[in-house]
Design a protein around this ligand. Structure first.
Ligand code: PLP
Length: 386
């Protein structure tokens, strides 16, 4: 049996999404900027996708900018706000557990004259609106807090944070790459000024994302060139990818509460099974304020990497951290920020489900995992020394 539990890294493209995309490679292959019929057919595909995204997010169509990925959306906001509002101030507030698309951009900005505050999180990976309020000062131009964390699945109090930002007249961005298509989001109702998303996290294609940018706010284009996306993002559109993103977001957000119930039931079964059959495990992330598809445990006395290898041999794909940091031996900055020691953080495994995950797959993981842990602990000097 093969079981894919690494959906936070990327997801399978849904068959309906592939079906929607294919004609845009072979039939409607015009350039959307061309005035002839071929171009206009392609443009119609992009326009339809824009309407699908706007509806899914509770936004207006002209607030949707297609980008090349979630990373590009994040970069555009941070660099764009720093540039545009430099006469107002140079201070940005974010959290210690953001994705590197945010953290590395903040580090770059620090080298170029910005001041960045990295808010600490509690043991569950949460920040509070009070922390944000206390950190805002006269020079603050942007607050960027992720909607949900990619490693531990913790959902942040986005609406409350947006509220304090607006009370203090500061712009608010959320990296919602792990949240869109998984939990309900309404950008207008939640008071979000900028939001980043990426199609490949909800059964869409890789290499296409969106930046939602509230009407009335205009950022410099991160990619310079042509007049695409109303001069907000240059470069010929990835038409098929954009069509796929539109289809994927519509599919993911249709009947979302029912999908969330199904996925979280399987997540809870996996969590209950792990806790019942494996001693000395720690759930990482918040128990309730949590993405419906995220499971993350520290399994004491063994290395996450060894568990991953053994799981892989049993046909099960999981992860020991975020996709971008796997391959590096440093423990995850997210787990360390929640207060774990290096040793405990090293023994962590993330299993991320999707609405394509089945009960049989979860049963299979629960059949295999306890034996793998037992075997590795039997070989672990740490386990024998405890
Ligand atoms: N932000 C978060 C929270 C993510 O999980 C990811 C991808 O893992 C990204 C940003 C980057 O998105 P993309 O892969 O589309 O560049």
């Amino acid at each position: 049996m093969r079981v894919y539990l690494d959906n936070a890294a990327t997801t399978a493209v849904a068959p309906k999404v592939v079906e929607a995309m294919l004609p845009y490679y072979t039939i409607f292959y015009g350039n959307p900027s061309s005035v002839h019929a071929f171009g206009q057919e392609a443009k119609a595909g992009v326009d339809h996708a824009r309407a699908q995204v706007a509806k899914a997010l509770g936004a207006k169509e002209d607030e949707i900018i297609f980008t090349g990925c979630g990373t590009e959306s994040d970069n555009t906001v941070l660099l764009g706000v720093a540039e545009k509002y430099k006469s107002k101030g140079n201070h940005i507030i974010t959290t210690a557990i953001e994705h590197h698309a945010i953290l590395h951009t903040c580090e770059y900005l620090e080298k170029h004259g910005c001041e960045v505050t990295y808010l600490p999180v509690d043991e569950y990976g949460r920040v509070t609106a009070e922390q944000v309020a206390a950190a805002i000062k006269d020079t603050t131009i942007l607050v960027s807090v992720m909607f949900a964390n990619n490693e531990i699945g913790t959902i942040e109090p986005i609406e409350e944070i947006a509220k304090v930002c607006h009370e203090k007249d500061v712009l608010f961005h959320t990296d919602a790459v792990q949240a869109v298509g998984h939990v309900p989001i309404d950008v207008h109702a939640m008071g979000i000024d900028f939001l980043s998303l990426s199609a490949h996290k909800f059964h869409g294609p890789k290499g296409v994302g969106v930046l939602y940018c509230k009407k009335g706010i205009r950022l410099p284009s991160f990619i310079m060139g042509g007049a695409q996306e109303s001069r907000r993002r240059a470069g010929t559109e990835n038409v098929a990818g954009i069509v796929g993103l539109g289809e994927a977001i519509e599919l993911a957000t249709t009947d979302l509460p029912a999908k969330m119930r199904n996925v979280s039931r399987l997540r809870d079964k996996l969590m209950a099974g792990i806790e019942a059959s494996i001693p000395e495990v720690r759930l990482n992330g918040h128990r309730t304020e949590r993405l419906p598809n995220n499971v993350n445990y520290s399994i004491r006395y063994i290395e996450g990497e060894s568990i991953l290898l053994m799981l892989d041999m049993a046909g099960i794909a999981a992860s020991s951290g975020s996709a971008c940091t796997s391959g590096s031996l440093d423990p995850s900055h997210v787990l360390l920020a929640t207060g774990l020691t290096h040793e405990v953080a090293h023994g962590s495994v993330r299993m991320s489900l999707s609405d394509m995950t089945t009960e049989e797959e979860i049963d299979y993981v629960l059949e295999k995992l306890p034996g793998i842990v037992e075997k590795l602990r039997a070989m672990s000097p740490l386990y024998h020394a405890k």
